[in-house]
Write a protein that binds this ligand. Structure first.
Ligand code: F3S
Length: 758
């Protein structure tokens, strides 16, 4: 099953009527985003004019995609839902766990060995539950989705923030946490606050050294790393139509770097060509039949400020190539100003490594444009002065690029081809000498350039640019080089210039591949056993949580009163802990270790009173376990926006696993609040935020009216202080009736299982 044509047929068949109804209900022309969102409303959300940035709405996405790091916990949870098969087409992609070191073949061999049990687990669960499985080496999730599954007008979710890449093929594709993926795979609706809309009008045409990457680097410079938060970005205009489908993918991919919910483009001839080239002429034909419904209404694009909350216009003809960085993707420098920026900001003047590829920029077009630069360099007796790596996004692209000699072009100037995987983009890069922490510069065509992301060295300054510009800069080895204006000296001492890159949108001889790396699931998976070695330190089957009882919220002890910013990274750190993403007990060893203890301003050092009135100081997870062993429930207090950052459900599962019954804060980040609810915990907020100050570290804490827990009703928390005094504080919550059922069942998953069993 490369893709589900019947599903797409059904979506398209229903479109004309549905869109007419939406237009009528909203009483105005529609943006593409609205067409896609409103035609994917779940029955739990009737057709209404939902307020942007205001109303929460339930949707029914068409597909789910998961990468190997996040899929582990998602699938461990899905296994507890009691379903025989996933409710919507879903896929797993093994791309994040392959470390780049010496080149594709050897690195892949090492990864297969090191991650064997994780890959075995993912493949057997996929086989059992009807999930498509893409083997290690098949490629990066978003490239594979674009090549195989994305379709204009569709809606998908994925357990990776760059799921948004599929907007390049006209989808609304959104990155979510594993718990949300479990819901959709189990057949439940998925909830999202109706986003606001940014319209980006592209005029003119790209030319010379400028590429689609420069469009998003420019947009990032305009609206900043957080400017897209809560928005969907819709691109339109003649400039959009003049770009390749994969170029559109690059732009949407990096929408994650401006915080956007997602980005999308209307259906056009480039998408038709891409669908046909990737073996989906039938989808292209179906899309052609409904194409006016797969783009925004003409009236919207004629007067965009009426229909979008914000409009940006970019003239592609005038756009310069950009380099963004270091440490943040929105620090945008046009190439003409970069040399000056290097000098003024004391950026390293020598370029150490150039890296091209990743899910952001590894299309055939990208590789062919970069290869054209490499070819000229070889013809002009130039070699890359900096190290040079190439990460193809998929085996389909790699095989075709190898067949067409593009990989040879890179190797000829000193390039090293890495495995079709994330590699250096996610820090899976065994970079020689990184441990010395020397200041140095790298330029890559990936999306993120945060400190330490690529090689773990906080002093590596990473800049983001298009693959063709990265290749040119790598050849020069000089951060102040501008290929548009500067000459290079070749091995014969002659001065030469690089001509602007040339490339082709799609391979002239078509795509080709021997083994794309796809494994279809069994038709009937009922006989397949999923085994997890009980001795494993990376995987552990989950045991259902038991419902919280009144006695457990009586006489609780404080696990931590977190001070200030407390993100999901503070609650469940990443880095080396990624190894344990599939092992709840082991990963719980990082529970709240990054949060600052209000009482001593230290991290991972809290007072424990399990042995009596005398405080014993210990690590947060140890304190939780000590109380848990004695049957004492625990509670966490925090300040504002607790749980912001990544949507990882581990930040809710770990405290739940370690016996925390309630988290009480001034305010929650919404996804974390929902995750706590899904795990059957109490996510509560102070009615009077100043009550945070009343909490002492040796308090005995009780929720005195837990039995009255109901929608819209406050609860009372009693703080019994060690000096015998008592404070009572009022706390509120946002649980609806269904979510209270989750608490009563022990978790949302327990509730789903109960419902399926009945
Ligand atoms: Fe992988 Fe980097 Fe993309 S981690 S999914 S290549 S953003």
């Amino acid at each position: 099953m490369a893709f589900d044509i019947d599903m797409i047929k059904a979506v398209y068949a229903a479109l004309p009527k549905k869109i007419e109804a939406v237009r009528e209900r909203l009483g105005r022309p529609l943006t593409l985003t609205e067409k896609i969102l409103y035609t994917h409303l779940d029955q739990a959300s009737p057709l209404e004019n939902y307020g942007r940035a205001k109303d929460y709405v339930f949707f029914s996405p068409d597909r789910v995609a998961m990468q190997d790091a996040t899929a582990q916990m998602a699938l461990l949870q899905f296994m507890m839902a009691g379903r025989d098969k996933v409710a919507v087409p879903s896929t797993v992609h093994c791309d994040h766990l392959i470390q780049a070191k010496v080149g594709a073949d050897k690195d892949l061999e090492v990864a297969n060995d090191k991650n064997e049990e994780v890959y075995d687990f993912l493949s057997s669960v996929s086989n059992k539950y009807g999930i498509g499985f893409w083997k290690p080496g098949a490629g990066i999730i978003h490239q594979i989705v674009l090549e195989n599954y994305a379709f204009p007008g569709g809606m998908m979710i994925g357990t990776d923030s760059h799921t948004v890449n599929a907007g390049g093929l006209g989808m609304v594709a959104i990155g979510i946490g594993g718990a949300d993926a479990v819901d959709v795979m189990a057949g439940l609706p998925w909830e999202l606050k109706m986003p606001k809309l940014i319209g980006v009008k592209l005029t003119g045409k790209l030319g010379g050294w400028t590429s689609p990457k420069d469009v998003i680097l420019k947009v990032a410079g305009i609206i900043g790393a957080k400017g897209g938060t809560g928005y969907i970005v819709e691109y339109f205009g003649e400039g959009a139509e003049s770009m390749s489908c994969t170029g559109k993918g690059t732009i949407c991919n990096m929408g994650a770097e401006i915080g956007a919910t997602t980005s999308t483009f209307g259906y056009d001839a480039s998408m038709k060509r891409y669908l046909e080239a990737t073996g989906r002429a039938d989808v292209a034909e179906l899309a052609e039949g409904v194409k006016e419904h797969l783009t925004g209404d003409a009236a919207v694009y004629a007067d965009p400020s009426q229909y979008f909350d914000q409009v940006i216009e970019i003239n592609l003809t005038e756009l310069e190539p950009h380099l963004n960085g270091p440490f943040t993707p929105d620090r945008a420098w046009p190439i003409s100003e970069f040399a000056k920026a290097v000098k003024e900001n004391d950026f390293p003047s020598v370029l150490s490594v150039g890296l091209i590829g990743s899910c952001t920029n590894s299309s055939y077009e990208d590789l062919s444009r970069a290869a054209s630069v490499a070819r000229q360099a070889a013809a002009k007796n130039l070699k890359a002065k900096a190290e040079f790596t190439i990460t193809p996004g998929s085996e389909l692209v790699r095989y075709t690029a190898e067949r067409d000699g593009l990989l040879d072009n890179f190797e000829e100037i000193g390039g090293m081809v890495l495995a079709n995987a994330c590699g250096p983009c996610i820090g899976m890069w065994d970079r020689v000498g990184a441990e010395k922490k020397e200041k140095n510069a790298i330029i890559h065509s990936f999306n993120r350039n945060f400190a330490k992301r690529a090689d773990g060295n906080p002093n590596t300054q990473a800049f983001v640019a298009s693959p063709e510009l990265v290749t040119a800069m790598t050849i020069s080895g000089d951060m102040c080089f501008n290929p548009l204006t500067d000459k290079l000296t070749n091995e014969n001492g002659e001065e030469v210039m690089l001509d602007p890159p040339t490339g082709v949108e799609l391979p002239p001889k078509g795509f080709d591949v021997e083994d794309a790396g796809y494994v279809a699931p069994a038709e009937d998976g009922s006989g397949i056993n999923v085994t997890v070695n009980p001795e494993s330190d990376r995987l552990q089957l989950l045991t259902p949580f038991t419902p919280i009882q009144k006695e457990e919220v009586t006489g609780m002890r404080l696990l931590i009163k977190a001070k200030g910013k407390c993100t999901t990274d503070h609650i469940s750190m990443a880095g080396p802990w990624l190894t344990y993403r599939g092992h709840l007990e082991n990963i719980s060893g990082n529970c709240y270790i990054g949060a600052v203890n209000f009482f001593n301003e230290e991290t991972n050092n809290v007072a424990n009173y399990a042995e009596g009135a005398e405080a014993n100081y210990m690590a947060v997870p140890d304190s939780a376990k000590t109380y848990q062993k004695k049957g004492i429930g625990t509670i966490v207090f925090g300040e504002d926006n607790l749980g912001e950052g990544s949507s990882r459900e581990h930040a809710a599962m770990e405290p739940r696993f370690l016996g925390v019954k309630a988290v009480v804060v001034k305010s929650f980040a919404r996804i974390h609040e929902t995750n706590l609810k899904k795990q059957g915990m109490l996510a509560l907020t102070f009615v009077n935020p100043a009550d945070y100050d009343l909490v002492r570290q040796d308090d005995l804490v009780s929720i005195t009216n837990f039995e009255t827990f109901a929608p819209g009703k406050t609860l009372n928390i009693e703080l019994k202080h060690a000096d015998g005094t008592v404070d009572n504080i009022e706390v509120q919550h946002s649980y609806n009736a269904q979510q209270i059922e989750w608490v009563k069942a022990g978790s949302a998953l327990n509730k789903i299982r109960e419902e399926i069993a009945n």
